[in-house]
Unconditional design. Structure first.
Lengths: 326, 516, 143
């Protein structure tokens, strides 16, 4: 029990250390989680709020509001139409947000209607098979798919056209599969369920994020064929080969971060960018990242704007190519 | 023996004053949130997460707090089911069927205590089952592929007939309506929106919370308003009755509790089935096994004990796949899973070997929380039951407002509230027409999983329908489903004849219970 | 008679539903079953259940009329207005008004109803907002 109190004391020490001065300070900092209480975006808001408060970057607590609906579309529309000029507000976002923006799943909304603040980490994609499978490399898997696309069923935690699915398509396209539409993908409600069905032998391959896969690799149930990161990851995941090493140029990062209303003042935008940046650099956040299986991805301000723009372009191109978008 | 030593170690971790205090707080809050329509276990746990974090709790006390909220909700849901005919959360839906009639018959106190005992019985043995069998039980979850899940859901709907209505066509109507509502939203297997009529608020589908609160709580308010202005004599507040059920009544319900605990626990172990299916199957089976005189649905105590033991056992069972596979079987376990991850504990195949202190601490915590809930709930029965003495003209507006707050507080969407009003009107109309509401909610809860598993199975088999009967387990489930659907058609006439004797039998049972 | 009308409405709804389901577009990838099959089956099932209800109706239900119907409609309207305007007006004000109206129409003296409306709004606010920390609608007055 004392551990808890000790870490509280450490936090208190950090809080006392620095009190930064900004041209802008939020009066009532608020974060919209476009999911219900307990969803992924909800966690992004709450954990960020907690660390920002611990570090003294905001006064008082971050007010977290849940605004569920349309896979984030309801919150996006609300921010654009009703809360466009608010300076105290940030909204949780992730690759799912840009995927849907790119595919036009938020009717009448586009990425340039809001200001993109920064990322707080990323979860890289993995492709794996059951440990007992005789497939040993990503190349071998892709060969099988090329021979008979119906022989391999990929299980993932997102809907068809969603991020887990796109990762497979991106990889297959980079590996020279002609008609990626033929690839068999079975959508489950969450990575855990997809993994269970892989273990149960219902499907042949798994596509998901590294945080979902790690435990099953350690238990000897899952064989990771490739991690879709630019280079090998630090820590326990260092053993997983990247796709690039195997001659397939595919990267899939599920980032987590924030956007802010489009009409936010420059001072306020700078404040949020700097605060998220400061939080990211802090050791306490590093711990949060580690416990949540988040890999480093540090983008903020203009760099993040560009990244989002590129991300949306890529997904749009791919979606057009395979026919999700007309 | 190893298990006992490990469990003793767990108690050593869990039994501190601080942890007992958190178990107490969690139990009290959980019972309250369970009883409030709109707030269920998933939201209850999610709401308390920030508290656990901001107190800087370690894994064990945080888990104790959150799981006692979880178990507490399972206890609390029954209270509003029995007293108001409004399920406090979705697994408590089945408790309405006999709990509310019992309260109307002046046995509210007994119904509350009995369901408290049944809840304890169910969660206690489910927790024991979790402790002893978790690693082995995982194998059960791995037996279920998409085809088997589809058969399981088909079984649930096949046994639906006659559960809550005497008119089979109306029960079927209700089930189909629920399933149809579940189809609304983006189709996960193709990514296209279905039946949304272009309304973005419907892309995520219709939240079952909106359906259940609208159908049950708001329609209750509307029925009351209608009666009040209809000049119908204001319903007399029923007596609360005795608070402690007689020993012979508890004994009378013991077989029901035992059967339901086993069934509920197994339903809980299967991810995707969850507590609602647990309480439903427990009730359905109990009705098939025990309802010789047609007393179910009219205030049979076994109809209260069965679903309560079932849903609490399912709550324990749902922790099996969550801990051993990292697969959340329900919304609540999904939230708990997220909490564990945030505390650097990765549930999964290695949890039992890597973090035995956490697992056994948690199991000990569940047992502690459960005992605490029993101790807390039984003396408070007379307090809860006093709700019945409040004049409805004050009670009903509060019920309506809490329903709105519950839905708005979770989703933050006033579109959902508008939908809820619509479902309130629909629920009112269906009630007037004697169409049961339970199948509607069951359809909304299970519809997606049912369809999606059919389609997953077909995708994997490339369109070969024989995959649905490819395993012995699937064949077994289909056989039970068909038997469950066909038998009542033959026995239906017999049951109807017996029902005529109901009134006599019912009063005889009541006599027996009180005569102890 | 009620059941016949009800069955008829059910039949119309199932036709509407099947029509809506037929409008579901195929996406770039379609599985063996497709997005329309299951809705078709359900629509057909509802239609069959409706037909049986039309052919073998139960005894008629008792429906409200006149004043009773008016009161019901008003209550539904108040709830609808409450749901619609809650985010704009704020939780405490909206809840006070709606709760007071319902309490009044259920047979409480107006003054008592207003007091009860304020009390219930404040009570729910304390429990949900202050104790449980849910975000309730914040109106212009900050409550």
């Amino acid at each position: 029990m004392f551990k808890a109190f000790r870490s509280a004391a450490v936090i208190a020490a950090i809080v006392g250390a620095g009190s930064p001065a900004f041209a802008f300070e939020p009066h009532q900092p608020a974060c919209i989680a476009p999911s219900g209480a307990g969803g992924g975006w909800d966690f992004t808001c709450r954990q960020t709020g907690k660390v920002l408060q611990d570090l003294g970057l905001i006064d008082g607590t971050m007010q977290v509001t849940n605004l569920e609906g349309g896979g984030g579309g309801v919150a996006f529309a609300e921010v654009v139409t009703k809360r466009n000029n608010e300076n105290d507000l940030i909204v949780a976002a992730s690759s799912a947000t840009t995927t849907r923006l790119a595919q036009g799943a938020y009717p009448r909304n586009t990425m340039d209607q809001v200001r993109w603040v920064g990322t707080i980490g990323a979860d890289y994609g993995v492709i794996g098979v059951s440990a007992s499978s005789d497939i040993d490399s990503l190349q071998a898997l892709i060969e099988k798919v090329k021979e008979d696309p119906r022989a391999i069923a990929f299980a993932g935690g997102s809907a068809v056209g969603g991020w887990d699915h796109l990762k497979v398509l991106l990889t297959a396209r980079a590996a020279g599969v002609d008609d990626v539409k033929q690839i068999k993908y079975v959508a489950f409600s969450g990575g855990g369920e997809a993994m269970t069905q892989l273990l149960a032998g219902s499907v042949q391959a798994f596509t998901g994020d590294i945080s979902e896969a790690q435990g099953f690799v350690e238990s000897g149930d899952l064989k990771v064929l490739a991690v879709l990161a630019p280079e090998r990851l630090p820590g326990k995941a260092a053993d997983f080969p990247t796709a690039e090493e195997q001659g397939i140029d595919a990267i899939g990062a599920n980032w987590r971060g924030f956007y802010a209303p489009g009409g936010m003042s420059d001072e306020a935008y700078d404040y949020w960018v700097t605060s998220i940046q400061k939080m990211y650099e802090n050791d306490e956040w590093k711990k949060v990242m580690e416990t949540n299986g988040l890999a480093p991805l540090d983008l903020s301000g203009a760099a993040f704007q560009d990244f989002v723009f590129q991300n949306v372009q890529e997904i749009q191109d791919l979606s057009k190519e395979i026919g999700i978008l007309k | 023996m190893d298990t006992l030593i490990a469990l003793a170690g767990g108690f050593a971790v869990a039994l501190t004053w601080q942890n007992l205090f958190f178990a107490l707080i969690g139990s009290a809050l959980g019972t309250m949130m369970g009883a409030l329509p709109g707030l269920g276990p998933a939201n209850g746990v999610a709401i308390l997460i920030p508290l656990a974090f901001s107190l800087g709790l370690g894994p064990v006390p945080a888990l104790i707090l959150l799981t006692s909220v979880y178990y507490g909700c399972m206890y609390g849901g029954r209270i509003s089911s029995i007293l108001l005919n409004i399920p406090g959360d979705e697994p408590a839906m089945m408790t309405c069927l006999d709990g509310y009639p019992m309260a109307r018959n002046g046995r509210a106190g007994e119904a509350l205590s009995l369901s408290g005992y049944a809840s304890f019985f169910g969660s206690f043995f489910a927790t024991i089952g979790l402790a002893i069998l978790a690693p082995q039980l995982v194998r059960i979850a791995l037996l279920f592929g998409p085809a088997e899940y589809f058969a399981l859901f088909a079984l649930a709907f096949a046994t639906l007939g006659g559960i809550s209505s005497t008119n089979q066509a109306k029960a079927a109507f209700a089930a189909f309506l629920g399933l149809m509502l579940a189809m609304v939203g983006v189709d996960t297997q193709t990514g296209t929106p279905r039946l949304t009529m272009g309304e973005i608020h419907l892309y995520d589908g219709i939240d079952f919370l909106v359906v259940i609160v609208g159908l049950f709580a708001l329609s209750e308010v509307l029925i009351f308003i209608e009666e009040r202005h209809g000049g119908a004599s204001a319903q007399q507040a029923p007596a609360i009755g005795r608070i402690v059920p007689s020993w012979s009544l508890v004994r009378h319900c013991m077989p029901a509790m035992t059967r339901s605990t086993v069934l509920g626990f197994l339903a809980g172990v299967l991810p995707g089935a969850g507590a609602s299916l647990g309480s439903f199957i427990a009730y359905a089976v109990e009705k098939k096994v025990s309802d010789r005189d047609g007393t179910f649905g009219k205030g049979d105590p076994r109809g209260v004990a069965a679903p309560e033991a079932g849903n609490n056992a399912a709550a324990g069972g749902a922790l099996v796949p969550m801990l051993a596979l990292g697969v959340p079987g329900s919304g609540t376990t999904a939230v708990l899973l997220a909490v564990l991850l945030a505390m650097n504990i990765t549930p999964g195949p290695l949890l039992f070997t890597n973090n035995p202190d956490v697992v056994w601490g948690l199991i000990a915590a569940l047992l502690i929380g459960n005992v605490m809930l029993l101790i807390m709930n039984i003396p408070m029965v007379s307090l809860f039951a006093r709700v019945l003495l409040l004049p409805s003209r004050f009670l009903m507006p509060v019920v309506a407002m809490i329903s709105f707050v519950g839905v708005y507080g979770i989703s933050g969407s006033n579109f959902d509230m508008m939908m809820m009003v619509l479902f309130g009107v629909l629920g009112w109309a269906l009630r007037k027409l004697d169409v049961p509401l339970v199948p509607v909610v069951l359809g909304v809860l299970l519809g997606n999983e049912m369809e999606v598993n059919l389609r997953r199975a077909m995708t994997i088999s490339d369109g070969d329908w024989s995959v649905l009967l490819a395993s012995p387990l699937a064949i077994g489930l289909w056989s039970i489903a068909i038997a469950g659907f066909v038998l009542p058609i033959f026995t239906g006439a017999m049951v109807k004849r017996r029902m005529k004797a109901t009134a006599v039998a019912e009063s005889a049972i009541a006599e027996m219970d009180r005569g102890d | 008679m009620s059941d016949r009308i009800f069955g008829g409405l059910g039949l119309l709804f199932s036709i509407f539903y099947i029509w809506q389901a037929s409008l579901v577009e195929d996406s770039f990838m379609t599985d063996a079953v497709g997005p329309r099959t299951f809705p078709y089956i359900l629509g057909a099932g509802l239609a069959i259940a409706s037909l049986i209800i039309i052919l073998r109706p139960d005894a008629g239900a008792h429906w409200p009329a006149g004043r009773q119907l008016f009161e019901l409609a008003m209550a539904v309207a108040v709830m609808g207005i409450y749901a619609w305007f809650l985010p704009a007006v704020g939780f405490v004000i909206a809840t006070t008004l709606a709760s007071a109206y319902l309490t009044w129409r259920l047979g409480t003296k107006p003054a008592t109803a207003v007091l009860f409306g304020i009390g219930s709004a404040a009570g729910i606010y304390v429990v949900f907002k202050l104790a449980l920390g849910l975000s309730l609608a914040t109106g212009p007055l900050g409550i």
